[in-house]
Design a protein around this ligand. Structure first.
Ligand SMILES: *Cc1c(COP(=O)(O)O)cnc(C)c1O
Length: 376
């Protein structure tokens, strides 16, 4: 059993076939349809589709004007792409610690960094739980930092009644098959700002600016951009998947609720906090092992569960401890003590909409067997 799995049905297949029979394989009418549908889903005015979540992040940093003189504040507990994309633009990452309860970026720690060169703050809604946006947005406004929200995990989540996509200046989604909905590969940036949206579209297509739509050979380059377009048939898949997003989210929430009920009170693990006023997208179900009650470390437990055919996983190795970051920015142990204390305890259990309660019971049985076996 994998830790994540996409769910594709007949309607998805029909949508892809229909798009492929049209006149366009790369950008065509489905791109705008998917963008409009995602914008409407989020309640935001603009959405720009990209070839991947990573390409969407790169374009977001570019649209935000992040460059070699700049620093960006972010969390070490994320997929490396969040930070790689900023570094590829020449920026320096400033890692701030996470909160021990939610595992999300600690806004109080962000308030303590030297703001002189900071251009943007990049929160990541870890596992699908929105960060503390009340505090984060008020800090960002007082410092004039742009907020680039890595919402790869939190498509469909909400904070204080506002859906993810309406909180930050730029909100970045991924439609990788492990995520809430999929377009194969794919990503999207959602924004309230028409100027940022226009720059995102330009970056997506090489940075090209046409002088006159009737003379497509006569163009200029406003800034060097990417080819980060999402194909028409992928957007058709995205549209078809989006129609099922609420159903997928509800299923994830029901399974997560069931996990939480069954795991509450276990002596061998604890669960991240669920603050009031937020709705969780449940991209990942993450537990924290109580290693002082276990004879073996996390990796041995992972291997034992995988031997039981349970696809447990780890999200994530901390970015500031990865080789490139150590070598280039001199980061290392001690920089983010809370994240460093918690990271060796993190384990992700399987969670995806197609999972049955029987599948989930298999996970719980194997987990109980392995943890009891390794009890101290
Ligand atoms: C999945 C993910 C990305 C990258 O998205 P891709 O579509 O795989 O490029 C970026 N950040 C986080 C936190 C992710 O989980």
């Amino acid at each position: 059993m994998p830790y994540a799995r996409h769910q594709v049905d007949e309607a998805d297949l029909a949508a892809v076939v229909e798009a492929m029979q049209g006149d366009w394989l790369t950008q065509g009418p489905w791109v705008a349809r998917f963008e409009e549908a995602v914008a409407a889903f989020c309640g935001a005015p603009h959405a720009v589709a990209f070839a991947s979540g990573t390409a969407a992040l790169q374009a977001a940093y570019c649209a935000a004007g992040v460059g070699p003189q700049d620093e960006v504040v972010t969390t070490p507990l994320t997929f490396a792409a969040t930070v790689n994309a900023a570094v590829l633009r020449g920026a320096r990452p400033i890692f701030v610690d996470v909160r021990a309860d939610t595992l999300n970026l600690d806004v109080a720690a962000a308030a303590r960094v030297d703001p002189a060169r900071i251009r943007a703050i990049v929160p990541v809604d870890f596992a699908g739980l929105p960060c503390d946006y009340e505090a984060l947005l008020s800090l960002a406004r007082s410092r004039e930092w742009l907020v680039i929200q890595d919402a790869a995990h939190s498509f469909g989540a909400a904070a204080h009644g506002r859906r993810v996509g309406t909180l930050a200046d730029l909100t970045v989604f991924s439609f990788h098959p492990a995520k809430a909905i999929t377009s194969g590969e794919g990503g999207m940036v959602v924004t309230h700002d028409a100027g940022l949206a226009a720059r995102l579209r330009r970056v997506r297509h090489h940075g090209i600016e046409y002088r006159d739509a009737a003379r497509p050979w006569d163009y200029s380059i406003a800034e060097p951009g990417l080819n980060a377009r999402l194909t028409d048939f992928q957007c058709a898949l995205g549209c078809s998947q989006l129609a099922k997003a609420e159903k997928f989210l509800a299923r994830r929430a029901a399974l997560a609720e069931r996990y939480r009920a069954r795991l509450a009170g276990s002596p061998f693990l604890s669960l991240p906090a669920l603050p009031d006023g937020v709705s969780h997208a449940w991209h990942l179900f993450v537990v924290l092992l109580e290693l002082d009650r276990l004879r073996e470390g996390r990796d041995r437990i992972l291997m034992a569960l995988r031997a039981e055919n349970i696809g447990v996983h780890v999200h994530y190795p901390l970015v500031h401890l990865l080789a490139f970051y150590r070598q280039t920015f001199g980061t290392g142990e001690g920089l983010c003590p809370v994240a460093e204390r918690l990271a060796p305890r993190l384990m992700t259990l399987p969670l995806f909409p197609a999972m049955s309660e029987e599948d989930q019971d298999d996970v719980l049985t194997a987990l109980d067997k392995v943890l009891t076996h390794f009890a101290r």
